[in-house]
Structures are given as structure tokens and as C-alpha cells.
Design a protein around this ligand. Structure first.
Ligand code: ATP
Ligand code: MG
Length: 419
């Protein structure tokens, strides 16, 4: 127990960590280019926020939340996704009073009690964006282009954009009736959860992972059949703009998304490369959420990308990255006085942004040089009593083996000029 991380969690370090940092840098550059500003909200929130925000009939709220009571008996939940917290903050911090639209992005751990498998963890990470304040189809497409561009910058090509429209509350009401009509003769063949959904939120049945349920709904009427004029025109404009931009998509009426809050456009980017957990990114418009959480009615659209899955897909396509270690300089030493000199020079170099290392083990000169090789030092210097007396030492190019004599006082400048 003591030396085993909890099931469904993972340590990140070494080359894998380097690959993650690179991915995060791509995300941050991307968000800068698209004018999204970072938001960091707490890892835990009041449980009620997710019950309301994610929805009572979702898998997340019904089965997956990490909830507990704190010492004062408050009901707390570790965030299972990023949107609820971001929207809570948008309302609480009165972001709606600033320049509109509001564009936010987050990179956050998320927690769901699920059966761990490839691409499905109990602690995972999401990158997500939210564009709040506009109901324009151009906003839907802007959000889609952020995800599309991310995949491009990650070198991922084996992925398809699936889009659908869930309509507004009116269309949804009409559709729920139509779907219930279609399902009512098959009610006994649905799973228990879906029988409950039949009354509370029949649309969610379309998203059931249960084989017998998906067979039943495969010929069900679709929301697109009942879209009202405004929602239909909105969806047409989304498609027209995607066409104009040359972004190809599949209209997929099976996309209803796991969360209750979606309206109008919904979309997923699905990998054709990694099988079961192929949905890398899911998003859509959620025009009712801000009001649902106690704010003024505010149109909004966003997505979330699972970073573990994004990484899996990038690696499946382009291989695991290896990061060669290198240091600018290794400074070794022989004798007590030299140790002091070496380490104080190392500190000076580091202050100047030069990657310097030394010996912490009192190793022999031979062992120190072996270490210098291992860490990929481009230059080395060994300081002994003689060098201290002269105030200078030989600086060796580890590649060409060329040596030049450099005074300690000039070392930082010399290194700066040759690197
Ligand atoms: P799925 O259908 O795979 O369960 P979801 O609908 O629950 O996904 P969302 O809530 O939309 O997923 O979350 C957005 C993205 O976060 C997913 O597309 C996926 O990439 C990632 N994700 C969701 N749950 C997990 C998890 N348990 N482990 C790793 N990544 C996850
Ligand atoms: Mg899920």
C-alpha cells in the first residue's frame, strides 16, 4: 500500500514529463494565438455545483464523483471536469461585466471513479476552453478551430470531427416525446439506468454504452428531424463556416455528449487510431448552464480534451519522444579548496542561465569525467590546487577535445560567447 499509488492514478516524470511539458507549451501558445486567458479554479467545489452543473442524470453525477464531507460537514467533490468551476467563477467574479465575449482556458486534473483501463483513469487531466457571451455560430466554429488546430500542432492526423445539434429546450421537448414514443415498446429491454432515464432525460439513452441499449436506439428518430427554424439555421451556418474553412466533418446524430448541459451544436474529435477510448475531445454549446448555476442567461460554448488520450494518440501516430540530456558545462574538482571554488563558479554560471553541474560525491577525477559524459556535458573543467593558485583552468570541449585556458573571472563571459 505504502509504495503503491492509488488505482487509476499515475506518476509523471522523466521523458514522459518532458513530453507533457511540450504538450502544455503547445496548448499555452495556441491559447495565446486564439486570445483565451488561463483560469485556475479550485480542485474541489461544493458537491451541489456539479450536481446542478453536470446534471443529475449523468454517469458522472450518478456513479463517478469523488465526494466527501469536510470536517465541518460540508459536501465537497473533487472536480470531475472543468466547465462547472469555470462557469461558477465567471458568475462569482462578474466576468460578464468585462469586455465580451469572455474567453477562458484551463489545464486541470480531474477525478472520476471509473474502472481504470487504457485512456480511462481516476485522476486524469483536461485542457478545456469556454467562450461565454455569444450565441453566434461563428463562436461555435471558433471553439472547434481551437481543438482542430491543437491536433494539427500535435502532429495528429488520424482523427475525425463529428458534429450534431441537440437543439434548444423547445426542440429537446419535442424530441423527448418522439423518442419516448419510439422506445416505449422496448422499455423492458433497456438497462436499468436507461429505464430511469426514460422518464427523467430520454436523450441520455442515446449515449448508453450498454450493447443492448445501443442496438435499440440505433434506428431511433434523431434530434435533427425535429429542429426548429432557429436551431436548424444555426446548425446550417456552423456547417457552412466549417466548409468555408476547409475543415471536414461528419454529421453524426449519435453524438449527444455525456453532460446534461448541452444545447444546439455538439461535437467530438474521435481518433481512428486508438480504438475504444477514441474520443479525445468533446464539446458543444451550453446556453442554459450559466442561468442554471444562478447567473444571468448567457450563451456559451466550449470543449474539453483528455490530455492522457491526446498524448496516447500523438504517440500512436508519431512514436514516443526521447529527450537527450545535456549540460553546458561540468566543473570537477580535486581537493577541498577546489571543491569550494568549483561550486561557487557553478552557482555564478547558473545565475547567468548556463546549465552547470559539479561533483557531490567526492568522486575520483576519472569518475567525475565519466559522470560529465553521462550527463551530456558540452564543456568540462577540472580544478585542482594549481589552478586555484593561477586563478585559471583548462576548459575542454567534450566533443572536439580542444582545450583553452580561461581565467575564473572570465568563465561566465567565455561560456556565453561559445555556447
Ligand atoms: P467517455 O465517453 O470516454 O467516458 P466522457 O463523455 O465521459 O468520455 P467528457 O466528460 O466529455 O468525457 O470529458 C472530455 C474528455 O476527457 C473525454 O473526451 C476524454 O478525452 C477525457 N476523459 C473523460 N474521462 C476520462 C477518464 N476517466 N480518463 C481519462 N480521460 C478521460
Ligand atoms: Mg465518461
Amino acid at each position: 500500500m505504502l509504495t503503491k499509488a492509488p488505482r487509476g492514478t499515475k506518476d509523471l516524470f522523466g521523458d514522459e514529463m518532458n513530453a507533457w511539458l511540450e504538450m502544455e507549451n503547445i496548448i499555452r501558445d495556441l491559447c495565446r494565438d486564439f486570445s483565451y486567458g488561463e483560469i485556475r479554479t479550485p480542485i474541489f467545489e461544493h458537491t451541489e455545483l456539479f450536481q446542478r452543473g453536470v446534471g443529475e442524470t449523468t454517469d458522472i453525477v450518478q456513479k463517478e464523483m469523488y465526494s466527501f464531507q469536510d470536517k465541518k460537514g460540508r459536501n465537497i467533490t473533487l472536480k470531475p471536469e472543468g466547465t462547472a468551476g469555470a462557469v461558477r467563477s465567471y458568475i462569482e467574479q462578474k466576468m460578464y461585466a468585462g469586455i465580451q465575449p469572455t474567453r477562458l482556458y484551463y489545464i486541470t486534473p480531474a477525478f472520476r471513479y471509473e474502472k481504470p483501463q487504457a485512456g480511462r483513469m481516476r485522476q486524469f487531466h483536461q485542457f478545456g476552453i469556454e467562450l461565454l457571451g455569444s450565441d453566434s455560430p461563428t463562436a461555435d466554429v471558433e471553439v472547434i478551430t481551437v481543438a482542430f488546430e491543437l491536433l494539427k500542432r500535435m502532429g495528429i492526423t488520424k482523427v475525425k470531427l463529428h458534429i450534431n445539434s441537440l437543439g434548444g429546450p423547445e426542440c429537446r421537448k419535442k424530441y423527448n416525446e418522439k423518442l419516448k414514443e419510439y422506445l416505449k415498446d422496448n422499455l423492458n429491454n433497456l438497462c436499468e439506468t436507461c429505464r430511469d432515464r426514460f422518464e427523467r432525460n430520454p436523450l441520455r439513452i442515446l449515449d448508453c454504452k450498454n450493447e443492448s441499449c445501443s442496438v435499440i436506439v440505433s434506428n431511433a428518430p434523431t434530434v435533427l428531424d425535429v429542429l426548429g427554424d432557429e436551431c436548424r439555421s444555426h446548425f446550417e451556418q456552423v456547417k457552412a463556416l466549417l466548409d468555408e474553412m476547409g475543415i471536414s466533418y461528419i454529421v453524426d446524430t449519435g453524438i449527444v455528449r455525456g453532460l446534461d448541459y448541452y444545447t444546439k451544436t455538439v461535437f467530438e474529435f474521435i481518433s481512428t487510431d486508438i480504438g475504444a477510448q477514441g474520443t479525445i475531445c468533446g464539446g458543444g454549446r451550453y446556453n442554459n448552464l450559466v442561468e442554471e448555476l444562478g447567473g444571468q442567461a448567457t450563451a456559451a460554448v466550449g470543449f474539453a480534451v483528455g490530455l492522457e488520450r491526446l498524448m496516447m494518440v500523438a504517440e500512436a501516430e508519431n512514436g514516443k519522444k526521447e529527450y537527450a540530456q545535456y549540460k553546458d558545462i561540468f566543473i570537477g574538482s580535486i581537493g577541498d579548496a577546489a571543491i569550494l571554488k568549483a561550486h561557487s563558479l557553478i552557482y555564478k554560471l547558473r545565475q547567468a542561465g548556463i546549465i552547470a553541474e559539479g561533483d557531490h560525491f567526492n568522486r575520483s577525477v576519472k569518475a567525475q569525467m565519466k559522470y560529465a559524459d553521462k550527463i551530456g556535458a558540452r564543456y568540462s573543467m577540472i580544478i585542482g590546487e594549481d589552478e586555484i593558485n593561477k586563478g585559471k583552468a583548462l576548459l575542454k570541449n567534450m566533443n572536439t577535445k580542444e582545450e583553452i585556458e580561461v581565467s575564473f573571472l572570465d568563465l561566465v563571459n567565455t561560456m556565453k560567447s561559445i555556447l
